[in-house]
Design a protein around this ligand. Structure first.
Ligand code: SF4
Ligand code: SF4
Length: 411
């Protein structure tokens, strides 16, 4: 009997001999993506991951050849305008332009006659989130409204805070510069931040997603990890299903990628493998287990309040600065959303920024944005356990029980 279950279709295509264009075109053919190009003269926005100014070989930003191939694909349908846009991490003016330049994407847009523009340089609109989980509204570019078609071009990378950054997390780039740290500060726990990500995705939801799996990043992603040549392109319409499938490919437990369940509950896509159909490459043939980030969410079958408490105590991370690498460039203290980092008293080589553990919300922005990979996190479980109220309470209870037992023995 034929199943009536609606499935999300995902195309998986290998990149052979670095022929990115063929892989992109084939994957889009497999999902019949041309049905989205309903007429000539469409306005199309491509949203790559442009986290920071790093060259393609560092695998931080969407690879420029993926962007070029998608531009070529869109051009076949005579659009009126193609925009390539993002808003990078960091608040300093010019950071997105630097990412566009150093990623090589700016040069490709020049060659292709396409406009490469930071979202923050376009007209702003306040977007209201329907049925919000965490944020009611946010400001972004008018292009989200104006575009006939938004194409998400995320990259497969580990993420210190969220474990994985790909389809859903990439649309956080539609939040403009300084508003990103504000979102971190407002949604100060991982639980609340992932809810905010889902809210943002619900507004900026792309109609089509093409994942850059040419080079991924494992380990200390999204900016300081190890590039992995995966030679893959994934394409589909459902970003939740695509993220779920990426977890399968890189060997991550999807329950640790908190935004997946939330996005499915909000009706944004499918997070259930039995409802996802892959076409093209056999999933078993493309699996490549990723080294997870050192610090990552811990899934525990505990009540939420207890899991939150343990996360804030035993698993609490401390920010560490590397004296040899730090150039006192000010990126970390100007971008910390809660002012938990300040400049050293004297700006001179060998000094490092000051970190305030009581203010820190462990949002990982400093690790993510340091251009010199000079910030890291460490968790000292023993120290944390010794200083947590849970341990103090436990030790206290044990002392009381021992005293009662001793008293009873005396009697
Ligand atoms: S830790 Fe990194 S971001 Fe912070 S001042 Fe040093 S080099 Fe700059
Ligand atoms: S110190 Fe780093 S991790 Fe802590 S709140 Fe500031 S940016 Fe986030």
């Amino acid at each position: 009997m034929r199943s009536l279950m609606v499935k999300s279709i995902i195309a998986i295509q290998k990149i052979v001999n670095d022929d990115v264009k063929t892989a992109v075109f084939t994957s889009l053919e497999m999902i019949n993506a041309k049905k989205l190009m309903t007429r000539e003269g469409l306005t199309v926005v491509l949203k790559p991951n442009l986290l920071m100014g790093k060259p393609p070989e560092r695998a931080v930003n969407t690879h420029p050849e993926i962007v070029r191939s998608v531009i070529h694909w869109v051009k076949q349908f005579n659009p009126s305008k193609i925009f390539v846009c993002d808003s990078s991490g960091g608040q300093k003016p010019g950071v997105t332009e630097a990412a566009m330049r150093q990623s090589g994407i700016d040069a490709i847009c020049d060659e292709e006659g396409v406009e490469c523009i930071p979202f923050e340089k376009t007209e702003r609109v306040i977007y209201t989130v329907e049925n919000p989980l965490e944020i009611n509204e946010f400001s972004s570019s008018y292009l989200l409204k104006k575009a006939d078609l938004i194409i998400n071009l995320p990259k497969i990378k580990t993420h210190g805070q969220c474990k994985l950054t790909c389809c859903i997390k990439n649309m956080f780039g539609t939040v403009l510069l300084a508003n990103k740290p504000k979102t971190h500060a407002q949604a100060a726990t991982l639980d609340r931040f992932t809810s905010a990500l889902v809210d943002i995705y619900s507004v900026s939801k792309p109609q089509l997603t093409i994942i850059d799996g040419y080079y991924g990043m494992e380990g200390q992603g999204p900016s300081s990890g190890i590039p992995v040549k995966m030679n893959l392109v994934l394409a589909g319409y459902d970003g939740v299903a695509l993220d779920r499938m990426v977890c399968e490919i890189v060997g991550f437990d999807p329950s640790e990628v908190l935004y997946l369940t939330k996005a499915e509950k909000k009706g944004l896509g499918i997070n259930n493998l039995s409802q996802i159909e892959c076409i093209g490459e056999n999933i078993e043939q493309v699996k490549r287990k990723f080294k997870p980030p050192k610090i990552r969410p811990v899934s525990m079958p505990l009540p939420k309040w207890l899991a939150n408490y343990i996360g804030k105590t035993i698993f609490r991370a401390r920010v560490k600065f590397n004296r040899d690498k730090c150039k006192l460039c000010s990126t970390c203290w100007t971008n910390c959303p809660v002012n938990a980092i300040s400049a050293p008293e004297i700006i001179k080589k060998g000094n490092i920024p000051k970190w305030n553990k009581d203010k820190c919300i462990t949002c990982f922005c400093c690790v993510e944005l340091c251009p010199y990979e000079a910030v890291n996190f460490k968790i000292n479980y023993v120290r944390n356990a010794l200083f947590s109220w849970l341990s103090v309470g436990f030790v206290g209870i044990m002392i009381v029980i021992t005293l009662i037992i001793l008293l009873l023995i005396q009697l």
